[in-house]
Design a protein around this ligand. Sequence first.
Ligand SMILES: Cc1cc2nc3c(=O)[nH]c(=O)nc-3n(C[C@H](O)[C@H](O)[C@H](O)COP(=O)(O)OP(=O)(O)OC[C@H]3O[C@@H](n4cnc5c(N)ncnc54)[C@H](O)[C@@H]3O)c2cc1C
Length: 503
Amino acid sequence: MSQIQQNALAQLLGLSADEAGAKEPETTLNLNLPLAPEPAETLPQFADYAIVGNSAAGIAAAEAIRKQDTEGTILMLSKEPYLAYGKPLISYLIEGKTDDAHLAYRDASFYERANITCAFGPECEVVALDADQHVLALANGVRVQYGKCLLAVGSTPFVPRSIKNWRNRENIHTFECLDDALAAWQDTVAATERAHAEGRKSRVIVVGGGLTGLKAAEALSHIADEAFVLTHGPRIMSKILDAQGSEQLIELLAERGVTVVTNTSVDEFLGEEGPCHEAKLTEGSTINFDVAIAAVGVRPAMGLAEQAGAEIGKGVVVDETLATTLADVYAAGDMTQVVNAFDGSKRPLALWTNAVRQGAIAGAQMAETPNAPVYGPDYAENIVDFFDISVMTCGVVNPPEGEGFQTIAYQGKDSYAMFVTKDDVLMGYVLVNHPERAGIYNALIAHHVNISELDPDMLGRAPRNLDFDAETRWNRLHESYPTALDRKGFAREVAALDAREEA
Ligand SMILES: Cc1cc2nc3c(=O)[nH]c(=O)nc-3n(C[C@H](O)[C@H](O)[C@H](O)COP(=O)(O)OP(=O)(O)OC[C@H]3O[C@@H](n4cnc5c(N)ncnc54)[C@H](O)[C@@H]3O)c2cc1C
């Protein structure tokens, strides 16, 4: 065990509970949450398009449908009572890094302008899908018939069975939606006030060192005196960081008040019901805490599709039009299975940008838009900030041994960059506090540029456009420019006009 790991564990097992708390947490959140209008008393019995899910994928689909079909009826259903909000921002909201105005992804007028009938709230949860009859059953007993249906229901938190007694405990929260974040915030504020009245520090533990767990820990560290992240493996964000990148991030988080304890998880939350303040760790010791967050992972929400008979893999199976194997049923976002562009493996790609892209394609396909885009093999591109630390990762970051991959790493004082190449093509990177020119690396990966033609030192410093020959610059990096631009980037018409004037 490294020194950092030993110190983190010693701190977790330490006697800090005897010391008085030092923080004075903000105990109010000025919220005016984007509540949805009450669902109409009578919902339509039929909708041309039924969209289940009011988030990244669902909204993108509705917008794409409206671009093509201005007449067809759209019914959007969500089990949450809010207007669409930016899920990646829920931790920033409770931390005070953003506010409710920025949290809103679309305002109330959006639904009206797009002529979308909303049915939002727990009573509008879709509890069954009958694909043969084209019918959705809602929690309130209403049945709605549809022409085409999009499932865009996201992910659900997953806690392995090996962690015992976490369910239905008042102070153990998941961190998957706005209500989860608000409940965790409220509980941590109350627990911190209680701890201080008792003359001790308050402590939050987060079980799970993935993106969600780290974001929750950052947010709650602003309220609780101590914030620990427990992760059963040796790394945090293990799917998108390599070992050294993870170590660098752990150090930077520790300097900002979040202590990560690796190779350690909770074996059992003690007691069986009611609040829980003690947990037995996998390495045998028992620790105290005030609030716990269960953020071990998420799974695609496949229940509805599975029960209706759709083909299921690591997510709901879709084709390039985002159609499921059920007639007239499409799926988009976190719940789908995506083919990895690098190794052909199939798994969900639980990222906001991917949900938006898939939703837009599904919507265009559902509305039978001429030349509608299709979805192909894909890969992850992550951009995330913890405190003031920027983390960017893309493509292959933990290459398998013996398959010809090479890695090159640059360690700075507070920064780290690592690149993975194969056959002189950049396949992936990890950038911690090293955001310069990430767009260029992305272009190199997307266009399979042969980097042996470039300055050999290019990965060691931020690459510049001039590292590429003129042809590559034009053909590969500027491909997205409209074709009406000339090589200097001027509109051809303007250039022609100038030429006439000069003549
Ligand atoms: C704390 C946190 C931080 C994150 N940070 C980032 C980040 O920094 N970058 C990033 O790219 N991604 C991030 N993500 C992931 C990102 O939020 C998801 O990839 C994205 O929200 C997926 O969009 P979606 O539309 O597929 O599903 P979701 O956003 O999960 O939306 C699902 C919708 O379906 C509704 N619903 C579910 N079941 C039913 C039902 N049975 N009936 C009716 N409605 C239902 C829900 O109410 C919701 O409206 C984060 C996620 C979390 C939880």
